[in-house]
Design a protein around this ligand. Structure first.
Ligand code: TRP
Length: 379
C-alpha cells in the first residue's frame, strides 16, 4: 500500500520544463509546501476588488505563497506590483493566457504595475532545436498577445531578456552570488552534463521580483501569478531576496489546463491538442471536434447513463475558461449527466465561445503592433 502511494506520489512530474503524469493538486501543495487559497482570502479580495475573478472563484488558481501578507500590506497602504512572464518557445496558446488574464484583472482592480518578462535566453538554453534568433522572434510575437489583453501601457513594462541585459545583468550577478551550484542542482535537477547557461539563468528570472524596488528606491511587495510549475524559481527567489534586502516575492499558482487530446497540459509542441491565439475559426472547429469528451461509446448509452463531466476536456474548458455564468454551467452539467444533451452540442457551444474570444483577440493583436514601443521603455 505504502509503495503504491509512493509510486503514485512521484509519478507526477512538475518542473519548469516538464509537466506529466496524473496531477493531484492537493499532493502538489504538500510536496511544494505552498498554501491553498481559501474562502477567507477570497472574501478579502472581494472586499477590495468588488468581485472575485472566475479563475479564483472556480479554483483555477488554487495555491499561493504569502497572498495573505500581500493583502495585509495593501490594506495598510503598501501597494504591491505584479510580475509574470513567458518562455517564448512558440506561438501563444490558451494555456498561457490564464496567468496573463488574471494578472490583468489584478492590475485593473488593485492599480498595480506589472513587469512581464519574456525569457528568450532561457528558451534558447533549454531547447535544443531553437536558435536565439527564433526565441527572440517568438518573444516579439508573444508580446503582441500580452498587449492585446489590454494592459495599461503606463503601468506595464515588457522585458525581453536579451534586449534588457544592460539592466538585468548587473542585478542577476548580485542574485547569482547568493546561489550555490548544489542549490540549483537540487531544485532543478541539473547534472554535470547540463550547459552552464541554464545554471546561471535562474538568477535572470529572479531579477524582476525586485525591479520595482530598485526603481522606487524602497522595498515594494511583489505578487507573481504563474503556473505552479514555475514555483521552483520563486522558492529560490524567496530564499535569496531577503539576503539582498528585499521582501520575499508572493505567488499565486494556477493549475494546468488539459491538452485537447486529454492527459497532460496544453503544450505548444503538440499543435493538434492546442488552441493558438492565431488559429482560424475552422482550425478551432476541427480541433474541438476531435477532442476527448466524457461521452459514452454510443448515443443510446449516453442517453441512458449520461456523460461524465469529470473526465471531459470540453467541460473543463467551459468550467474554467469560457462559461462564467454559474447557473448556465450547473445546468449544462445536469443536462449532460442526465443524458439530455450529447457531446456535439457542447462542442459547438465551446467552439462558438472560443471563436468569439479569438476574433476579438486577433483584432486587438493587430492593433498592438502600433503601440509595442510604449511597453518597452528604457529602464
Ligand atoms: N520560465 C518561464 C517559462 O518558461 C517564463 C517566466 C519568466 C515566467 N518569468 C516568469 C513565468 C514569471 C511566470 C512568472 O515559461
Amino acid at each position: 500500500m505504502f509503495i503504491k502511494y509512493l509510486i503514485y506520489y512521484y509519478s507526477m512530474i512538475v518542473t519548469p520544463w516538464e509537466v506529466s503524469g496524473e496531477i493531484d493538486y492537493d499532493k502538489l501543495i504538500k510536496k511544494f509546501g505552498t498554501e491553498r487559497i481559501d474562502k477567507k482570502l477570497l472574501d478579502r479580495i472581494e472586499n477590495i476588488a468588488g468581485e472575485v475573478h472566475p479563475f479564483l472563484k472556480r479554483g483555477l488558481f488554487f495555491s499561493h505563497r504569502d497572498l495573505k501578507w500581500i493583502i495585509d500590506e495593501y490594506d495598510k497602504g503598501n501597494k504591491f506590483f505584479l510580475y509574470t512572464g513567458r518562455g517564448p518557445s512558440g506561438d501563444t496558446h490558451l494555456g498561457h493566457l490564464i496567468s496573463w488574464i488574471l494578472t490583468k484583472w489584478f492590475q485593473d482592480k488593485f492599480g498595480a504595475k506589472l513587469y512581464f518578462q519574456l525569457t528568450d535566453d532561457e528558451k534558447f538554453l533549454v531547447k535544443d532545436n531553437l536558435t536565439l534568433e527564433q526565441t527572440n522572434k517568438f518573444a516579439h510575437e508573444n508580446a503582441l498577445d500580452v498587449i492585446a489583453l489590454g494592459f495599461d501601457p503606463k503601468k506595464t513594462t515588457i522585458i525581453i531578456d536579451t534586449e534588457y541585459s544592460k539592466v538585468l545583468y548587473k542585478e542577476a550577478l548580485k542574485v547569482a552570488k547568493k546561489i550555490t551550484f548544489s542549490t540549483v542542482k537540487a531544485i532543478f535537477g541539473f547534472t554535470n552534463e547540463s550547459n552552464i547557461g541554464k545554471i546561471f539563468f535562474a538568477s535572470f528570472q529572479i531579477v524582476p521580483c525586485f525591479l520595482e524596488s530598485i526603481k522606487q528606491k524602497k522595498n515594494v511587495p511583489c505578487l507573481i501569478p504563474c503556473g505552479i510549475d514555475q514555483d521552483p524559481y520563486f522558492r529560490l527567489a524567496r530564499d535569496v531576496l531577503p539576503k539582498l534586502g528585499y521582501y520575499k516575492p508572493a505567488e499565486i499558482h494556477s493549475k494546468f489546463i488539459s491538452g485537447l487530446g486529454g492527459g497532460g497540459k496544453m503544450s505548444a509542441s503538440i499543435p493538434s491538442s492546442t488552441i493558438f491565439t492565431t488559429d482560424s475559426p475552422n482550425e478551432v472547429k476541427t480541433k474541438i471536434n476531435k477532442t476527448l469528451t466524457g461521452g459514452r461509446e454510443t448515443v443510446e448509452l449516453q442517453r441512458k447513463l449520461g456523460g461524465e463531466t469529470e473526465k471531459c476536456v470540453i467541460y473543463e474548458y467551459l468550467y474554467y475558461l469560457f462559461e462564467n455564468d454559474d447557473k448556465l454551467i450547473e445546468e449544462r452539467k445536469k443536462n449532460c449527466k442526465s443524458g439530455k444533451i450529447l457531446c456535439g452540442e457542447c462542442k459547438n457551444y465551446l467552439t462558438e465561445k472560443i471563436n468569439k474570444f479569438l476574433k476579438d483577440h486577433q483584432e486587438k493583436r493587430l492593433k498592438a503592433k502600433l503601440i509595442v514601443k510604449e511597453f518597452m521603455p528604457d529602464l
